[in-house]
Design a binder for this molecule. Sequence first.
Ligand code: GLN
Length: 304
Amino acid sequence: MDYQGILNIIEKQLEYTKTKGNVANYIPELAKVNPNHLGMFLKCTNGDEFYFGDYQVNFSIQSISKVYTLALAKEIIGDDLWKRVGVEPSGNPFNSLTQLESENGIPRNPFINAGSIVIADCLLSTLENPKADLLRFVRKIADDNQIEYDNKVAFSEKKHGYRNVALINYMKSLDNIDNDPEDVLDFYYDQCSLSMNCKQLAKSFILFANEGKLLNNQDRVFNTQSVKRINAIMQTCGFYDEAGEFSYRVGLPGKSGVGGGIVALHPKHYSVAVWSPPLNKKGNSELGMKALEELTSLTGLSIF
Ligand code: GLN
């Protein structure tokens, strides 16, 4: 497969595509990003790498981090995790409050804010040093020790995170949060603030395409059943109330973040990350979705 040729075509197409989207501005620090950034990086399970544009420029990965924390929590807690968070698509925006009330404080899935906040609570209860342990884990699976949190972004979100405060307090009132809400949110804002580039993201997700094994030494991090489950949740819940649209247009499991990044993977073949900051109305990168739709169209390959 001529992946580099296909990426070159995608780059040309996107250069001429006008976006109607806007950069996320409800976290003031994110509003400062240049909307014209565009980068893509594809890593194959045989080690080959293909890329274009700003693939080495760091950005705020935001909700993409929800995959890392879910994978860690699933490993530590096992199936008991599903007593506190579901695995159904929400059909609602990522920060929606409404479903929580009718569903007794049990979030629909781990990739909406409420669900990831519950996961953060679980990690706070089980990890010795959650912030350092999460960073160590991400660095290990990305095989890159340069990865860091962005404290400015975390602080900016904390200052304006009124909705997340509402979500966590509501869940606390229904006994689905064990720790102090402020401590949980501090950890949640840290995870979302991880600053990474497309290359680091694709490298960190290759184990989900490689049956749970690292690529550099084939060490197993997750068993095949965990990988199956996490990929399934990415497929059904990775894009909030646009999960169906992403599945229909792209046909791969993936996860987006309001920093404009999207990571997706084709089991046994590759992981791919794309970054373009302007978001569509559902909070997903407009050009990022288009890039991935082109990728699976031009290669003629998707999981379907
Ligand atoms: N940190 C963001 C929030 O809680 C993450 C949202 C996202 O990327 N969709 O709102």
